[in-house]
Design a protein around this ligand. Structure first.
Ligand code: SF4
Length: 92
């Protein structure tokens, strides 16, 4: 099921999107090629693994919001936003 799609109950998407509690084995900054970003659209601050306060779920150490690494992935929309969009698109 693609991101944002719903079956009759919406449960599949919601479960898939709720992996925020997943625990990863962290890489060192060097192994992840952590570096100053040259592309403002791809920075730690908008990566799905960034944690407020300067940490990361995937990379050890202090993480600067304007840096990036090879593991960057776009932030996953919050479940509440997906549900709101679904309700707006499916209401009469
Ligand atoms: S780009 Fe994402 S995965 Fe890589 S160090 Fe920054 S927050 Fe962590």
């Amino acid at each position: 099921m693609a991101l944002g799609e719903f079956n009759e109950t919406g449960i599949d998407s919601l479960v898939w999107l709720s992996d925020h509690d997943k625990v990863y084995t962290k890489l060192t900054p060097r192994d992840a090629a952590y570096r100053k970003s040259t592309d403002i659209s791809k920075v730690c601050g908008n990566c799905r693994y960034f944690l407020e306060g300067g940490a990361c779920k995937r990379v050890d150490g202090y993480i600067e919001p304007d840096f990036v690494c090879d593991l960057w992935e776009a932030t996953v929309p919050k479940v509440s936003n997906i549900v709101s969009k679904y309700i707006i698109n499916h209401s009469l």
